[in-house]
Design a protein around this ligand. Structure first.
Ligand code: SF4
Ligand code: SF4
Length: 216
């Protein structure tokens, strides 16, 4: 039975246990490879954990000039290969979900690889192991459907681009796709999308800074 990863934003209580769990992984000790973002910081305290969505046709890998980002046969997009990554940060700028980070101390991009050392042998990723509200849920589709409400979707529209992912986002029953542009432009316009502020606003200012410390 295939194990799938579900992210349910409305269950997130913002406790950051997932970030802490991720940062305790032996492969990147002291750093979280996932982020906590606000859904709409101007009007709500609702947070959402952002893991790598593991796109079927990953933009990060497409724009990498060094072919440093590989996707496994089971659909997990790996962090950059140290011996190939040239630290250009193309992937950082291209990812529609804002996931990869460039780490100058390693001159390398690192990102969530869905705890491949664990999930490839049937264990939960660290974040889903510690999440107290199951906002991050790793299990079979049957387990999800018997325990949970909401519709898992893995199709996202960014303007004219449709992105399909291995990871599912849980929406209400009325939606079978997330239109990110409509979300971004709803109610309160986000200044990051105003053309005359492109050059003056840091597009990653809403992202949680990485934890202190580094790999052992
Ligand atoms: S552990 Fe779960 S509830 Fe806490 S911040 Fe992360 S996703 Fe949200
Ligand atoms: S979410 Fe971003 S980092 Fe993850 S596979 Fe897709 S493009 Fe790459």
């Amino acid at each position: 039975m295939e194990l799938q990863f579900f992210v349910d934003p409305i269950r997130c209580i913002g406790c950051k246990a997932c970030l802490q769990g991720c940062s305790e992984c032996a492969t990147h000790r002291g750093r979280s490879m996932i982020h906590l973002e606000y859904m709409d910081r101007g009007t709500s305290t609702q947070t959402v954990p952002m893991v790598c969505m593991h796109c079927e046709n990953p933009t990060c890998a497409q724009v990498c000039p060094a072919d440093a980002i590989k996707r496994t046969e089971d659909g997990v997009v790996q962090s950059s290969l140290k011996e190939r990554c040239i630290g250009c940060a193309n992937c950082v700028n291209a990812c529609p979900f804002g996931v990869p980070r460039y780490y100058p101390e390693f001159d390398q991009m690192l990102k969530c690889d869905m705890c491949y050392d664990r999930t490839s042998v049937g264990l939960k990723p660290m974040c889903a192991t510690v999440c107290p509200s199951d906002a991050l849920f790793f299990g079979t589709r049957e387990e999800f459907e018997t325990r949970r409400s909401g519709r898992p979707v893995n199709e996202f529209r960014f303007g004219a681009q449709i992105v399909r992912t291995r990871v599912f986002m849980v929406l209400d029953e009325a939606h079978d796709r997330l239109d990110v542009q409509d979300v971004a432009l709803a109610d309160t316009p986000d200044p990051r999308f105003e053309p005359d502020t492109y050059d003056s606003v840091d597009p990653f200012s809403h992202v949680e800074p990485p934890s202190n410390g580094g790999p052992a």
